[in-house]
Write a protein that binds this ligand. Structure first.
Ligand code: SF4
Length: 507
């Protein structure tokens, strides 16, 4: 170790950092011999969200009288808070505040997640690749295509197998892709035997250089059910082309109830139930997520016993992006005509009912045994406290979904978090903010580091290295409504020290 270097102990890499330089992850630096976290520590402010002017905390709350009571308008996030390592050390910030008259504690840390991943929902009908196909970034396998859901294609990326179980380059490429996706950057991905896509949280996907505009209104059968009345009397037959379930008006229950007569139409593919056909074509990037360019290619010959010359046929995709209108000639062969004005509205209605196509990125992490040890000396008690809803988990102040079952496995929509909330360490692993908020009494009961609790005022009164952001109005306030949190029965022995008498610690 060079004489003037200092050692960063915020992660297992344990970098030696010379003056004026940063460690491997660029999160910590040596500033005049002191180890400093380089990014600002982010606090959320409800007064900013309301458009109020910013006033210093102490002015806002009157002169601080040394109690732990605070306004409940500021939430200290874990973004920029730093990490403690090894894990038995208390989390970097354990903040007391008051919300609606209840003493609360928020334990704040930037967790290091070696097992994390992201789930990406891509609103498109277009074929991206077969289920289980490998997804690559920079040529390295970083995940796979998983089950598509309701008109969206789903990717499962990252996880410990790609982060640490493959080559060094695979781990780095996976970490880079996850970091960029979580921080709202565009990432280019290739799918084996499938499409090349550009994915960015909150933006439309780009599939093989084409920006997707709309997700489908539903499957072909659902579209028939929705719009049958609007077609009735204006056209004799409608086929809604879809990779999964293609609908046929005259055979569908919706058409039957309206009294639409049989038309003698024949569809290729496998008939499921009346008016619903599977596998009319191969998956692709054309009509309704199939590979067809010519819609007539999915039709057989019309039955001469039921069809008639002049029969009017509309074929449309589930997004309304593709459509064609035909009339049968004397030989019962469909001849393409211009779409009549009376049908233009119904095609436009399909398009209108299609939501804008977006990419959604959910970060999936777990508060493992080690991270929990920074919250309490008995980590399993934190797990129990979260599962019984005594403890609320947030990521950069954004709400998370905690999976039922063992552990604290959670998902968060990265677009609800402040920008650039994620970092990395070269082990490789992602660094993500995580906060645990609970009543002070419950914190003491679960064996929390009560001696390390510091009042909110000791953090927010100094703007040094801190950044205030307006809290998002569409996120629930992380300090929440403590009255809605369940009551935990405490024995007299476990009652915490009175907040006013609690020892305050300095950073
Ligand atoms: S990688 Fe970053 S957090 Fe880890 S020791 Fe180096 S500077 Fe510190």
């Amino acid at each position: 170790m060079p004489d003037d270097a200092i050692r960063c102990d915020a992660c297992p890499v344990l970098c030696y950092i010379k003056p004026g330089r940063t460690g491997s992850c660029d999160r910590y630096g040596n500033h005049e011999g002191k180890l400093v976290r380089l990014d600002p520590h982010v606090m959320l402010d409800r007064t900013l969200e309301r458009g109020d002017s910013v006033v210093p905390f102490l002015e806002r709350s009157g002169e601080w009288d040394g109690t732990l009571v605070s306004h409940g308008e500021t939430f200290v996030t874990a973004i920029g808070a730093g990490t403690t390592y090894p894990d038995y050390k208390p989390a970097p910030f354990i903040i007391s505040s008051q919300a609606q008259g209840v003493d609360m504690v928020t334990v704040v840390t930037e967790g290091i997640f070696s097992y994390c991943g992201v789930k990406v929902k891509i609103d498109t009908d277009r074929y991206l690749g077969a289920e289980c196909s490998t997804v690559r970034a920079e040529g390295e396998a970083i995940g796979h295509v998983t089950t598509s859901e309701y008109g969206s294609q789903m990717l499962s990326l990252g996880g410990v197998r790609h982060l640490t179980g493959g080559s060094r380059h695979e781990g780095t490429a996976t970490c880079d892709a996850l970091l960029n996706l979580c921080n709202g950057q565009a990432v280019e991905l290739e799918i084996d035997d499938g499409a090349n896509i550009v994915v960015q949280a909150g933006k439309p996907p780009v599939v093989d250089n084409m920006a997707e505009e709309r997700m489908r209104v539903g499957c072909g059968s659902a579209a028939i059910g929705m719009f049958a009345k609007q077609w009735y009397g204006k056209v004799d037959e409608v086929v809604v082309v879809d990779d999964h379930i293609t609908g046929v008006l005259s055979e569908h229950q919706a058409g039957k109830l309206l009294g639409v007569p049989e038309t003698g139409i024949k569809l290729k593919g496998r008939r499921s139930t009346p008016g619903r056909y599977f596998q009319v074509a191969e998956p692709g990037t054309s009509w309704g997520g199939t590979n067809i360019e010519d819609p007539l290619s999915i039709l057989g010959k019309f039955s001469p016993r039921k069809a008639w010359p002049g029969l009017r046929l509309l074929m449309v995709s589930t997004t309304g992006e593709h459509y064609a209108y035909f009339e049968l000639d004397e030989n019962l062969s469909p001849q393409e005509r211009d779409l009549p004005a009376s049908l233009q509205e119904s095609v436009a209605r399909i398009r209108e009912n299609c939501e804008p196509a977006l990419c959604t990125v959910l970060f999936m992490g777990g508060a493992g045994g080690s991270l929990r040890a920074g919250v309490t000396e008995n980590p399993v008690k934190l797990t129990h406290s979260v599962s019984r809803a005594f403890t609320r988990v947030t990521c950069g102040g954004a709400p998370v979904y905690v999976w039922p079952g063992g552990g604290i496995t959670f998902m968060v929509d990265v677009s609800r978090m402040p920008q650039n909330a994620f970092g990395y360490v070269p082990t490789p692993a992602l660094v993500a903010p995580i906060e645990f908020t609970l009543k002070l009494a419950d914190y003491a009961a679960l064996g929390g580091y009560v001696r390390n609790v510091r009042p909110l005022s000791s953090v927010v009164s100094s703007n040094d290295g801190r950044r205030r952001l307006a809290a998002r109005s569409d996120n629930p306030w992380p300090l929440g409504s403590p009255q809605e949190m369940p009551e935990q029965k405490l024995s007299a022995k476990r009652r915490p020290t009175k907040p006013g008498r609690m020892k305050q610690t300095k950073r």
